[in-house]
Unconditional design. Structure first.
Lengths: 490, 82
């Protein structure tokens, strides 16, 4: 295993060696075909490893209408095996989400600042001034009906706070308007929204760099909500246990991973907007209506020889976006809850829910702890405030087992005491919300309190679980386990 | 050449569209999906004219309307962001 991967190419090579990636040599059309293949693959793969019937990552070697070498890659993290490879888990075949959360948190708590280098592979080709032409890159029309060709679906959007040294990375979707202008979805409550407001208040353009095909850990961190003021590049260093090599952009002062495939530099001008969207999203729907959103005026494009444009065709779970977002988000939330004294045992931003559901298991030393958890989660802002449903359960539920979560939901939710609706800021992607709520970002949040009431007697009122490990005496469990093979069972 | 337009771009211009007046509008080139600013005449019923290019209309959810329109482009305009 070549962890830490210096770039996306070494990651794909390693995936291929482990039969977790294939090169598609047949020519594919950027106009819907690459997206359709990627989508179908995610749906039949179901997040499983290839050995267990899942589907591999894809490298499309020939894209219609583009010179040899201009490639697309997709489904890079659409199963646990590849996600585990990305993060350096020692046993990718058997990696669990909670184990990946621990690996993540180790890197998060021990960040290493990046290393500035003078040059990088991302500078092998440069398009400046009149040569700028986004159509030189094989940006796909991902889904039919999208608002345009989305060049940024598995990427980094880097912006810098004008008042501090904080550089934020996020995976905010980006489409092409014309050869030198792009559109971007910025939601006010996300970190980029906070930074953009500062520039808007000063009536200044905001420098932006869109990085496509960075090394896998950098891409992972772009989808992870680091705290305000915390630079994702430092966490990448912590995860790699070594500084990330970064190089300065041509037309702004932002730093980008030196061996990225493509870097598009630009600026968001104040008060300039254009229709952006809709786009088939990770919620499993194309729910965000087209609306006027910021425009990125491109000032430079640099790219590697034979560049790989990484893409995601988001939709019904489970795909790369759901797994990618789950790990860091869950780990950060768990750490934050523990810091304020909540006796949380596990957190899972469940991929199977289309990234709509956060499940928290906790001890319950007092009443209304679920409400405290919900308030503490939404206080984190950013992506932590993006899911609409929080389900809190006692710590006897394995919240990484979706069957157990499903059962707990339908056995512990009481219509009168368990369901709490509140108004928190949201974004435009909520499928169940009416159009006005999506446009205004006002879709409500539901807390499902699945904890047993603390005034219930634990042996009289709380019903015992009818499970092998609970409803049978210990000596009977031991006897059955000891004689299992003798019964003729596997 | 075929084009696309999003329905909400035409909000507020319905009377001009219906009466065949020239309007300034952003269209999507159906081949490249480039946004192109034009001054054009929209024709809601394509049978009414043999001139013009096919124009597909999409709603804000991205669904394309069954019957295409036509568009007669009078002049290409500078990009709105130049």
């Amino acid at each position: 295993m070549a962890f830490p991967y210096e770039d996306i190419r070494t990651f794909l090579d390693d995936c291929e060696k482990n039969k977790e990636a294939v090169r598609v040599n047949k020519e594919v059309d950027w106009n819907l075909e690459a997206g359709a293949i990627t989508r179908r693959q995610a749906e039949i793969g179901k997040g499983l490893t290839v050995e267990k019937g899942g589907q591999p990552a894809l490298l499309f070697e020939k894209v219609k209408g583009f010179p040899k070498g201009f490639r697309l890659a997709s489904n890079l993290s659409s199963n646990m095996y590849r996600m585990a490879l990305m993060m350096g888990h020692p046993d990718p075949e058997n990696a669990r989400l909670d184990e990946l959360q621990e690996i993540f948190m180790d890197g998060y708590k021990n960040p290493i600042k990046p290393m500035l280098v003078s040059d990088g592979a991302c500078k092998e080709n440069k398009l400046l001034g009149k040569d700028i032409d986004l159509y030189k890159l094989p940006a796909p029309m991902v889904h039919d009906g999208d608002g345009g060709r989305y060049i940024g679906t598995y990427h980094i959007v880097a912006t810098k706070d004008p008042d501090t040294e904080w550089v934020n990375w996020g995976m905010y979707r980006v489409l092409i308007h014309n050869k030198n202008n792009m559109g971007v979805l910025i939601v006010p409550l996300q970190n980029i929204g906070l930074i953009a407001r500062k520039y808007a208040e000063k009536n200044e353009p905001m420098p932006v760099s869109v990085v496509i095909g960075a090394d896998p850990l950098s891409l992972f961190m772009a989808a992870t909500p680091a705290a305000v003021g915390f630079s994702e590049a430092d966490v990448v260093g912590g995860l790699r246990k070594a500084p990330l090599k970064m190089v300065k952009c041509e037309t702004n002062d932002l730093l980008v991973p030196a061996d990225s495939e493509i870097v598009i530099e630009g600026e968001i001008l104040p008060n300039v907007t254009a229709f952006e969207g809709p786009f088939g999203e990770y919620t499993g729907y194309r729910a965000s209506p087209r609306d006027k959103r910021p425009v990125i005026k491109v000032t430079a494009i640099t790219y590697r020889n034979d560049p790989i444009l990484t893409m995601s065709c988001m939709g019904l779970p489970v795909d790369d976006s759901h797994i990618l977002a789950s790990i860091g988000t869950s780990a950060i939330i768990k750490d934050a809850l523990k810091k304020v004294g909540i006796p949380v045992t596990a957190v899972n931003y469940i991929p199977e829910s289309g990234s709509q559901l956060l499940v928290v298991s906790t001890k319950t030393p007092f009443a209304h702890i679920a409400t405290w958890i919900k308030d503490a989660v939404y206080a984190l802002g950013g992506m932590c405030a993006y899911f609409r449903y929080i389900f809190v359960v006692n710590d006897d539920v394995d919240i990484f087992n979706v069957n157990e979560v499903f059962h707990a939901f339908f056995s512990r939710i009481h219509p009168d005491r368990s369901i709490h609706v509140s108004r928190n800021p949201s974004g435009p992607l909520v499928p169940a919300a009416p159009l006005e709520e999506r446009k205004m970002g006002t879709a409500p949040v539901i807390l499902y309190d699945g904890t047993w009431p603390t005034d219930w007697h634990p042996f009289i009122a709380v019903p015992p679980k009818s499970s092998f490990d609970n409803i049978f005496p210990k000596d009977m469990q031991e006897k059955v386990l000891k004689n299992w093979k003798e019964y003729g069972l596997k | 050449m075929e084009w696309e337009v999003s329905r909400e771009i035409l909000y507020g211009m319905e009377e001009d569209v219906a009466s065949g007046k020239e309007i300034e509008v952003n269209l999507y080139n159906k081949e490249t999906y480039e946004v192109v600013s034009v001054r054009a005449i929209m024709i809601e019923s394509p049978d009414q004219s043999t001139e013009g290019d096919i124009l597909w209309v999409r709603d804000f959810n991205g669904r394309v309307e069954e019957k295409p329109w036509k568009v007669k482009i009078i002049e290409r305009l500078a990009s709105p962001w130049e």
